[in-house]
Design a protein around this ligand. Structure first.
Ligand SMILES: Nc1ncnc2c1ncn2[C@@H]1O[C@H](COP(=O)(O)OP(=O)(O)OP(=O)(O)O)[C@@H](O)[C@H]1O
Ligand SMILES: [Mg+2]
Length: 352
């Protein structure tokens, strides 16, 4: 029959399902008792989160191990690890997780596209920067982190759904850019009503369950404002850089500053400001009209102590007969060229 020491030996290598380090390291085996006559082993295990699906899996794993090694019956109780233990291992665990999720390529650069306000062009900027980076020879992925208001698949004209290989989701590829979006996992655009913790989980699985392969850049299209998802990303990806999008309207810039302040607070480097819908240029006269005002981008860049990376006028992509991608600017389109310049600046900033 098993001894206490043997039970500890057997369970030491088992991993905490959330911290991803062994019970030996977390000190998670808190009690072991043995009833020789009945071959009954009871153990108490401390883990970082209790009452989860992961706990159920862990339970099966532990019971299996003990029964294979001679226990007839197993009594198992879970308790929460002390807060200081969780705190101690949490950040390291998450970082290790994210880098391993990215195929062990720690060189992947994360860029979140944020704004304080909705509808200013975050998704447009994300999509076009991704495509421009790809045109400059980079391997690029997009996470559409706007769980409720996903729009990347429509903007890029993605029609297929991701494939699943083994336990992993294979992102959809469009114009050479890998894309994952909540939009791929809901039926007929039905609204999503998940709350708080589920959102974070979703973002997590966009890393852990998606086979990204080797990426140079992973762009995250954030929902407007400084809500839960932005917070999750700040925690999950401490090295994430930010681009702040604003319209030239001074008030919009003022609002966008909030998103920027948040980035500064969490010590995310701000790469710069993109001023979108900067003006409208008349095709007939070539005259520029500043329909949303002027100066917002510059003002915001000053507040955030950064630079304006570029200005995009109001203009639709050219219509093409054979390619449907309503928001992707062609390489020879004036906005496509501006995005190209912005992408080149980003590469210069991050790689040289
Ligand atoms: N430079 C531009 N010229 C013309 N239309 C544009 C431009 N930029 C964005 N748009 C359009 O404006 C709308 C809003 O843009 P987009 O969806 O990119 O903004 P967003 O900040 O991501 O919005 P949300 O906060 O809802 O996620 C879209 O219909 C988009 O096609
Ligand atoms: Mg958007």
């Amino acid at each position: 029959m098993l001894t206490k020491e043997e039970v500890v030996q057997l369970l030491n290598p088992v991993k905490d399902p959330f911290l991803h380090i062994t019970l030996k390291e977390t000190g998670g085996i808190t009690n072991v008792s043995i009833k020789e006559d009945k071959k009954h082993v009871s153990v108490k295990i401390g883990i970082s989160k209790t009452n989860t699906a992961e706990q159920m899996q862990l339970q099966q794993e532990i019971v299996g191990i003990l029964k294979r090694n001679g226990a007839n019956t197993v009594g198992l109780r879970f308790e929460q690890l002390p807060e200081e233990v969780i705190q101690k291992y949490q950040p390291a665990a998450e970082e290790a997780q994210v880098s391993s999720l990215m195929g062990g390529n720690s060189n992947t650069k994360f860029i979140a596209v944020a704004s304080g306000k909705g509808g200013v062009g975050k998704s447009t900027v994300t999509v076009n920067l991704a495509v421009s980076l790809m045109r400059l020879g980079k391997k690029v992925g997009i996470i559409d982190a706007d769980i409720y208001g996903f729009s990347v698949p429509d903007m890029m004209g993605v029609e297929q759904r991701p494939a699943v290989r083994g336990q992993k989701i294979i992102p959809v590829e469009r114009f050479g850019v890998k894309v994952i979006s909540m939009g791929f996992f809901v039926e007929d655009n039905s609204p999503i009503i998940w709350r708080g913790p589920m959102l974070g989980k979703m973002i997590n699985s966009f890393f852990s369950e998606v086979e990204w392969g080797d990426l140079d850049y992973l762009l995250l299209d954030l929902p407007p404002g400084t809500g839960d998802i932005a917070m999750d990303i700040h925690e999950l990806l401490p090295t994430c850089k930010e681009i702040i999008v604003t319209t030239p309207h001074p008030t919009a810039a003022f609002v966008a500053a909030r998103a920027g302040q948040m980035a500064l607070k969490t010590e995310h480097e701000i790469l710069g400001v993109v001023e979108n819908m900067a003006y409208f240029e008349s095709k007939k006269t070539g005259e520029k009209e500043f329909v949303f005002g002027e100066g917002g981008g510059t003002k915001l860049a000053e507040v955030l102590q950064t630079k304006v990376l570029g200005q995009l006028p109001i203009q639709q992509p050219y219509e093409e007969e054979d390619v449907f991608a309503p928001s992707v600017y062609q390489e020879d389109h004036p906005n496509g060229k501006e995005f190209h310049r912005i992408a080149a600046k980003i590469i210069a900033k991050l790689e040289e």
